[in-house]
Design a protein around this ligand. Structure first.
Ligand SMILES: CC(C)(COP(=O)(O)OP(=O)(O)OC[C@H]1O[C@@H](n2cnc3c(N)ncnc32)[C@H](O)[C@@H]1OP(=O)(O)O)[C@@H](O)C(=O)NCCC(=O)NCCS
Length: 172
């Protein structure tokens, strides 16, 4: 394959099954026990801010963004990000990340949070969340709780328990 054969599109329901298979392949059954997954169970991801990479019409990569709340702050949770093994290391993951971050910025969001490896996400503008600022619903290695701030002080506004934004609105 060449990278020129890969196209990037906003997510649609028709891709759901293929995306599920990719995430199963990438994360296995343990994906359901992850802290981020617990948040995602609180409501839907934002399809307008979620993207697929297609190679000859087949989904080979996926990234999703989900609205979250922590205290008075609002932001997005990024993930899962996954690329099929046969298509790794040609830049699809980074391109999906940049497309999703650009879409978040254009939609007016101030911060994107994720749980992941700093060596991968650091060059994409993610830094560690200050220790103790955010409480995830399941244990997370604090070195892997990262944020990409789009608007100044958007991360500082997020304090305490992280939940799906719909749950915060319902409780207000
Ligand atoms: C992580 C993942 C999405 C990267 O996708 P990709 O399309 O292969 O990534 P890219 O081609 O944009 O980047 C590849 C580079 O990132 C590096 N990289 C990949 N995973 C990494 C990690 N976890 N930590 C640090 N570097 C990583 C590769 O070694 C490669 O480095 P190079 O450019 O110096 O050769 C993909 O490997 C994957 O689906 N992994 C399984 C699921 C997963 O771990 N998702 C992330 C959750 S935190």
């Amino acid at each position: 394959m060449t990278v020129a054969d890969v196209v990037y599109l906003p997510e649609e329901p028709a891709y759901d099954h293929e995306i599920e298979l990719i995430n199963e392949e990438a994360f296995g059954p343990g994906r359901f026990a992850r802290a981020a997954q617990k948040i995602r169970e609180g409501g839907p991801h934002d399809r307008a801010l979620s993207f697929v990479a297609l190679f000859h019409g087949t989904v080979v990569g996926s990234v999703r963004l989900t609205p979250i709340a922590a205290g008075a702050g609002r932001g997005l949770l990024l993930g899962p990000l996954a690329v099929r093994p046969a298509h790794k290391n040609v830049g699809i993951g980074r391109r999906l990340m940049r497309i999703a971050l650009d879409a978040a910025r254009e939609a007016g969001w101030g911060v994107v949070v994720l749980v992941g490896d700093e060596p991968y996400y650091g060059p994409l503008g993610f830094v560690r969340v200050p220790y103790g600022q955010l409480a995830m619903p399941r244990p997370v290695d604090p070195e892997r709780l990262l944020a990409h701030e789009i608007a100044p002080r958007a991360l500082a506004a997020m304090q305490g328990a992280v939940v799906h934004a719909n749950l915060a609105e319902a409780a207000a």
